[in-house]
Design a protein around this ligand. Structure first.
Ligand SMILES: [Zn+2]
Length: 463
């Protein structure tokens, strides 16, 4: 607790994220204006020695806790934008998946390191300070294991360490091609585990990276039989840490589940798995009212990825009904067609506006500002899905550039609305994590070197 007290400041009704003021060397730029800065907390903005009465002072940055990107397949960043042309058959999620498999087939551990480093640097520049990596690209192209078997996961860990982003690693169990138990296709061999080798991987990773925040993931109901899921959950390696699963993303998947299991994916999971606050259901796009209320009552997080869900033509998550039922949610960039918490949060609200022909729909009587409501919900749900406490020193802080014209003459309660709905120009000026500056003046501190390596890697992968 002593360390906790040292790294946090008491602000208003609770403590909140304030970098350790005792580690000055890296804290230079921000520390000079620290006593003037405004800090966002779930209870509102706080400003030391000032109760924020009146208009905001100019040119003192707005400081926020970083956001969690709760769903990432890092390698997919390298193919973002390469599947936006018509193919020979009707384009769909499933034709996109074929293109993704072709791209994935070429990637080796050093490539993944280069791609993930670029992606994580972009995440930090956009305001994410932690990422949950839903990692299923485990093996060599022919399906044989690397030596060590964790080589691909090690590459992700190295990229997180290099860039300074927080990482929750979620090794993925992927066993079969569909609900009927068909074997994986050739391009899917890189993803395959049986329960025994999967548990071995979890054990190896915990030994190799004892400090790493780790959970596990089931790729989807269609990829993991019930018996395997139960065995993993009852093993000693699944007693703590978050548990993530793709669920009900596409209607074809829902219909397959209904045909083979006699019910829909979310209903099946609610009936057969011990859903609680450790779980994150990624997408959960297709739910009826009963499923929506039941999921909300479990305390699990719905992992929403609006830009990917739009890009892949998934459908719209029933956000208003879910939030009204007390559901928890967070955001992820998934396929990384966009790497921007601003865009994810904005499209959560815009999807509902387009569907319901209204405005400020996510806001409620307690939080009347839509940006604030979106940010607070994603902040709390994201940290829960990452298996971490948002008030821990791992969260990191981001500062929004108060001198930018987009934030001119804004009251405190208008800042998040302005950032999320008008912030097309990146407003994140600095990012600190573990008391080190990771982003300065909008650029990751290793931006040039990481980008150069990424470009070389992409040029090779695309020849
Ligand atoms: Zn995904």
């Amino acid at each position: 607790m002593a360390h906790y007290a040292e790294t946090h400041a008491m602000l208003g009704s609770g403590f909140y994220l304030m970098p350790d003021m005792s580690s000055r060397p890296e804290w230079d730029g921000m520390s000079n204006s620290m006593n003037l800065a405004r800090f966002w907390t779930p209870c509102g903005w706080r400003q030391p020695a000032d109760n924020l009465a009146g208009p905001a002072r100019p040119n003192t940055d707005w400081i926020l806790p970083g956001l969690v990107n709760l769903h990432s397949h890092a390698f997919q960043r390298a193919m973002a934008g390469l599947a936006e042309h018509r193919g020979s058959e009707a384009d769909s999620f499933w034709t996109w998946r074929e293109a993704m498999y072709r791209f994935a087939s070429r990637i080796e551990p050093e490539d993944l390191h280069a791609i993930a480093s670029q992606l994580y640097a972009e995440m930090l520049e956009s305001g994410y300070t932690h990422v949950c990596e839903f990692h299923y690209l485990h093996h060599r192209r022919d399906g044989r294991a690397y030596t060590p078997t964790s080589a691909m996961a090690d590459a992700l860990v190295a990229a997180a360490q290099e860039t300074g982003i927080g990482l929750t690693l979620l090794p993925v169990l992927y066993m079969q091609g569909s609900f009927d138990g068909r074997p994986l296709e050739t391009p899917q061999r890189r993803f395959a585990h049986d329960v025994e080798t999967f548990l071995q991987l979890l054990g190896d990773l915990r030994t190799r990276h004892p400090e790493l925040c780790m959970g596990l993931a089931f790729h989807s109901l269609r990829a993991v039989p019930e018996k395997a899921m139960t065995t993993v959950l009852e093993s000693g390696l699944a007693q703590d840490g978050p548990i993530h699963i793709h669920i009900a993303e596409q209607t074809a998947e829902v219909e397959d589940c209904r045909r083979t299991q006699g019910t829909t994916p979310v209903a099946w999971l609610l009936d057969h798995a011990p859903l609680d606050t450790r779980w994150c259901l990624v997408h959960a796009t297709h739910m009826d009212k009963d499923e929506t209320c039941r999921l909300a009552a479990t305390g699990a997080v719905a992992g929403l990825c609006p830009t990917t869900e739009a890009n892949l033509g998934d459908g719209l998550f029933p956000l208003l009904e879910y939030l009204q039922a007390g559901g928890r949610m967070g955001i992820g960039s998934d396929s990384h067609i966009s790497v921007s918490p601003v865009e994810e949060l904005r499209w959560l609200e815009y999807g509902q506006r387009l569907r319901n022909r209204g405005r400020n729909l996510v806001a409620d009587d307690n939080t009347r500002h839509t940006g604030e409501r979106l940010f607070a919900a994603a902040q709390a749900g994201g940290w829960q899905a990452a298996g971490l406490d948002s008030a821990s020193s791992t969260a990191g802080t981001i500062s929004l550039d108060a001198s930018h014209p987009l934030l001119a003459a804004r009251q405190a309660d208008e800042v998040l609305d302005s950032w999320i709905f008008a912030g097309n120009v990146p407003l994140v000026r600095e990012v600190y994590r573990h008391n080190r500056c990771r982003v300065r003046e909008g650029r990751h501190v290793q931006h040039e070197a990481i980008a150069a390596r990424y470009k070389t890697t992409l040029a090779r992968l695309r020849t």
